[in-house]
Design a binder for this molecule. Structure first.
Ligand SMILES: Cc1cc2nc3c(=O)[nH]c(=O)nc-3n(C[C@H](O)[C@H](O)[C@H](O)COP(=O)(O)OP(=O)(O)OC[C@H]3O[C@@H](n4cnc5c(N)ncnc54)[C@H](O)[C@@H]3O)c2cc1C
Length: 296
């Protein structure tokens, strides 16, 4: 197996924010063997690594990433009756559409959540009444301490709102298996289209990572808190708190990651001052999350 690792690769084109510096090293994994090989490359070089899916929930520092970015392009999908097994680099939306062609639904609520299946499992992506963690039968992972792919049950992940255990363990999701629901394709497509329409009404179009902060317990939403704190529309450079949805911080064109973090910090601070609430970012800020309770 020939592994291709490039040096000094710009990350801007690999994330929906379109910001960030260069990765010291970058490689694409199209198979489990390549995934293992690339992770071993990082271990041997004693550099950090991270798996990149669709880049729709990451904000890369302008200084770049000092290790290896492993871009997950494992995309095989297989059906057996109502059961589907899909590799983690497949776009979640592609899974929905291919399943619909096979008259299999039951997961239309995940329509238009950008990114890959692996990224969705990592952050337990979804909508209030449907998280990906609820629809998994089992998952093939590459444990952080072993080169042996291992099947685990959904309980392994300890899923919660935008949380999974692998945020700490750093296991890699290789593939997922789900049991879907037999339904006419036309009904599934109509449901998917309805969810897409609802999203378009609520969410601003453009470069973002979706919701920037998690919704704190006991309040309507992070967006509501940011709006009440008077932050809708504020800008730093080309980064703006969306006038349409206050938890979306947009790159209006030439924003840097520093601009996005500056505008996010303003909202964070104003919400803390007004409501005494510490908002946790939902976006993965790479390599370090600056929103820590003791230094905010
Ligand atoms: C317009 C917009 C709307 C959005 N709406 C929603 C929404 O409704 N609900 C929601 O939950 N999210 C939403 N998001 C956020 C985003 O789509 C999800 O978090 C998505 O699941 C991220 O997947 P990704 O492949 O892009 O992950 P990436 O951004 O590539 O990675 C995110 C994290 O997952 C890790 N990761 C990725 N793949 C793997 C893997 N195979 N194994 C282990 N770790 C991995 C990465 O290392 C990183 O830490 C939205 C984003 C945008 C831009």
């Amino acid at each position: 197996m020939q592994l291709e690792v490039q040096e000094k690769v710009s990350l801007k084109n690999f994330c929906t924010y379109k910001t960030g510096g260069q990765a010291a090293y970058y490689g694409v994994a199209k198979s489990i063997d390549e995934m293992i090989g690339l992770r071993n490359f990082a271990h041997e070089k004693q550099i950090p690594f991270m798996i990149l899916g669709g880049g729709s929930n990451v904000l890369f520092a302008d200084e770049g990433y000092p290790g290896l970015i492993i871009h997950n392009r494992m995309e095989a999908i297989q059906f057996q009756g109502e059961t589907v097994t899909a590799e983690s680099g497949l776009q979640l939306m592609k899974l929905l559409l291919v399943a619909a062609q096979q008259n299999l639904g039951g997961i239309s609520g995940l329509a238009n959540v950008p990114g890959t299946i692996g990224g969705a499992v990592y952050g337990n992506a979804g909508i209030p009444d449907l998280w990906i963690g609820n629809v998994l039968t089992h998952v093939l992972i590459l444990p952080s301490n072993s080169d042996k792919p291992t099947v685990v049950a959904p309980e392994y992940f300890e899923f919660a709102y935008r949380e999974s255990k692998i945020k700490k363990t750093k296991d890699i999701v290789l593939s997922v298996t789900m049991k879907l629901k037999q339904e006419p394709s036309i009904k599934i497509r109509a449901e998917i289209n309805q969810y897409i329409k609802e999203r378009a009404l609520k969410q601003p179009a453009g470069n973002s990572c979706g919701s920037f902060f998690k919704n704190p317990n006991g309040f309507p939403s992070a967006g509501w808190l940011i709006e009440q704190a008077g932050c809708k529309g504020i800008m730093v450079g080309d980064a703006q708190i969306s006038p349409k949805h206050a938890n979306f911080i947009m790159n209006k064109g030439s924003a840097t990651t520093a601009d996005i973090l500056a505008v996010a910090s303003k909202a964070h601070q104003k919400v803390q001052e007004k409501f005494d609430i510490f908002m946790e970012p939902e976006v993965q800020i790479i390599p370090h999350n600056p929103f820590q309770k003791n230094n905010s």
